[in-house]
Write a protein that binds this ligand. Structure first.
Ligand SMILES: *Cc1c(COP(=O)(O)O)cnc(C)c1O
Length: 392
């Protein structure tokens, strides 16, 4: 068997033609493909606005800036995420706090967040960054209630969840990042995610003021819209067509047109690829039922996007090492963020978030990507079961 990674991008002839076309267009960056990608992505997710940026981490950073995070801000997120979900707060000088996960879903537990909020005077915290870990939608309806009660904003890290959704208690369906519950949501187009741009990211929102601010922050903090200009000062040379203003300190976090063309082309296949991920997950679910392999099987009201297929086993390191000898390259998502030396310096220690730490001790992401063949998947299932059943 050829090596099987835990995730892999899929590039078609159509994708390559789209990139080639972008390369021969007059604009390699800030051209029309960016707006087309933003519009198509907003439509796919169901949000009013979308802002394309250089990568998912840049998306998080700009959101933190637009939400006003600074040295006085305290923000809550989950320990089970890629560290960028927390780092964006540090970029702006804010303090990162964590709350534990729900062991049944592996996403941030609103009850744990409530307990943390209630331990401190109102106004202590500024916002929450729930993460749709592995593609399982965070309980954004519960987080919205908390946010309204405690005066917080919500930034949903949906990097794992384009196309994921859940039905709330009123029977209303919400797509992750559709702007109905969180002020802002972000996505990544790193090749291992659902849609590949090479590097790339997107912010979605229904808030027009945040949208306009994000557009400016993405391009250095510069505006060239005459309606936004400051009043001319006496003695200043007359302004002309060249005139623009740096109004605040922003960044160059733009996406190129080649990357946007690739993303736009991939987006056309997003639903088909999501169906394939769900079919692979259903086959894993069935194969591991009644075995020592613990899986996350979502209820009917949850539309899981399966960026990752996560299992939990008694001897995780043993299984990881065994699978490597069989050319199966499973991965661990994630070492809890509070266990990283960078975050330990702020006083977080082993035992702070026992449920997240227990998941980390047993969790393994096994191959999950749309081009995984039935034969490859059968081989993965066979080898995982052979190991956990003690047959090897
Ligand atoms: C991938 C990822 C990011 C960062 O995205 P990049 O495009 O790699 O910068 C942030 N959060 C989560 C949960 C991710 O999986």
């Amino acid at each position: 068997m050829n090596p099987i990674p835990y995730g892999r991008q899929h590039i078609t002839d159509e994708d390559m033609a789209a990139v080639a076309k972008a390369l021969t267009s007059p604009a390699l960056t800030q051209g029309p493909t960016i707006g087309q990608f933003e519009e198509a992505f907003a439509q796919y997710i169901g949000s009013q606005y979308a802002v394309a940026v250089a990568n998912g981490t840049a998306a998080l950073h700009l959101c933190a800036l637009a939400l006003g995070v600074n040295e006085t801000s305290k923000v809550i997120t989950t320990p089970i995420t890629f560290s960028a979900s927390a780092n964006c707060i540090r970029y702006c000088g804010g303090e990162v706090h964590f709350a534990d996960i729900d062991p049944e879903t592996l996403v941030l537990d609103p009850k744990a967040v409530r307990a943390l909020l209630e331990k401190h005077p109102k106004g202590t915290f500024s916002g929450i960054i729930p993460v749709d870990f592995a593609g399982y939608p965070a309980d954004m309806a519960a987080f919205r209630e908390l946010a309204d009660e405690f005066g917080l904003w919500l930034l949903e890290d949906s990097c794992h969840a384009p196309g994921a959704s859940f039905t709330d208690e009123q029977g209303q369906n919400h797509r992750c990042g559709d702007g109905s519950l969180a002020e802002l949501a972000i996505f990544s187009f790193h090749p291992v995610k659902h849609i590949a741009c090479g590097e790339g990211g997107m912010i979605t929102t229904n808030n027009e003021a945040l949208y306009r601010h994000l557009l400016r922050l993405r391009t250095h903090g510069i505006t060239n819209k005459p309606g936004d200009f400051s009043e001319p000062e006496p003695g200043e040379p007359e302004r002309g067509g060249w005139y623009m203003e740096l109004q605040e300190l922003g960044y160059n976090y733009r996406l190129t047109d080649m990357q946007a063309a690739l993303g736009l082309s991939q987006l056309k296949r997003a639903d088909a690829m999501l169906d394939r991920r769900r079919a692979i997950a259903a086959r894993y679910d069935a194969a591991f039922t009644g075995t020592a392999v613990r899986t996350i099987v979502p209820p009917d009201r949850v539309g899981h996007a399966y960026h990752l297929y996560v299992i939990q086993v008694p001897d995780r390191k043993g299984l990881y090492d065994y699978l490597r000898t069989k050319n199966i390259f499973a991965q661990v998502h994630y070492i809890p963020v509070h266990r990283m030396p960078y975050y330990r310096q702020f006083g977080w220690k082993l035992g702070d978030f026992p449920l997240a730490e227990d998941y980390y001790a047993h969790g393994l992401s096994i191959p999950m990507f749309p081009t995984l063949t039935d034969e490859e998947q059968a081989y993965v299932i066979r080898e995982v079961l052979a190991f956990v059943n003690g047959k090897v």
